[in-house]
Design a protein around this ligand. Sequence first.
Ligand SMILES: [Zn+2]
Length: 339
Amino acid sequence: MNHKFFTLPLLMFTSAANADALNVLIYHHVDDSTPHSTSTRVDDFIKQLDAFEQQGYEIVDLQTAVREVQSGQETPQKRLALTFDDGFRSVCDTAYPILKERNLPFTVFVTTDPVDANYQGYCDWEQLREMSKNGATIANHTLDHAFLVRESLQDTDWFQSATRNIEQAQLRIEQEIGHAPMLFAYPYGEYNHELRDWLKAQGYIAFGQQSGSIEQHSDWQALPRFNAAGNYASVSSLRFKTSARALPTDFSALPDPVVTDALPPLTVELTPSDEAHYPHLQCYFNGQSVELDWHDDTRFTVLPPKELVNGRHRINCTAPHRNGSPFYWLSQQWLVVNQ
Ligand SMILES: [Zn+2]
């Protein structure tokens, strides 16, 4: 059998598009005067939207697209969804008119207490209602942006307090907007398995702040998003992210992010793949390349390069496609507590 003849059409198809994947971008401020690391400058935001269009991306409704990926439904176009966390004023005042003019859907994960308190830096309910009539989905980001799971190893009340926080924010959105989708974004991207499993039982889809792409083997209560702010706002930096795929592995089998161990091991069992080139897989810890310990062709363990201090840390692993691109991503957040 002539193998070349059979593999060529397959390669052409896989490099053409990520039709069965969804990539989600996370924004906070769209503003020239707010802090750099959480802000996307207005002209960068416009350049990004222009680039997505030129590169053939369809900007899609988040919930609909997630359901399509879940059900294995393929679409002809490459898809991107835009999300804005916290409900900052610049989203209503600046991003919204730009998105509305282009008729693009987007999701705002709102922290409801500052909106209820009419804080200056936040959208008000009237603005959020107006946006929800014109392409925006208003979704849950807790009442008060609490650290939901930081006390989970010492305090037995954390679970009740976290779940009540989410339920009450959901109620406020329902009361003010008229409906609340079953979508949730973890403040600071911090979660543990117990909270994730509760959200699943309630029927929520939930998003973290780790990087990656959404595919059928994703963890639906710990979905990744790519940061589109600060140093990551340039069109050239985003091009690499928007084309990214998910590393072939069962993401729900990844370890609980909350650990007491200052050197938490991350062991990943990869699914054999004709597309992702595992010998070129690399992992980065807080941006620094780290060595992998391969147990066999598809299983490796990676450790932080040094003991971790309390707080959030991130490990990103990427492997190129056999043809060089796109890249397949896996990102694990560690939240080290209680040392
Ligand atoms: Zn937030």
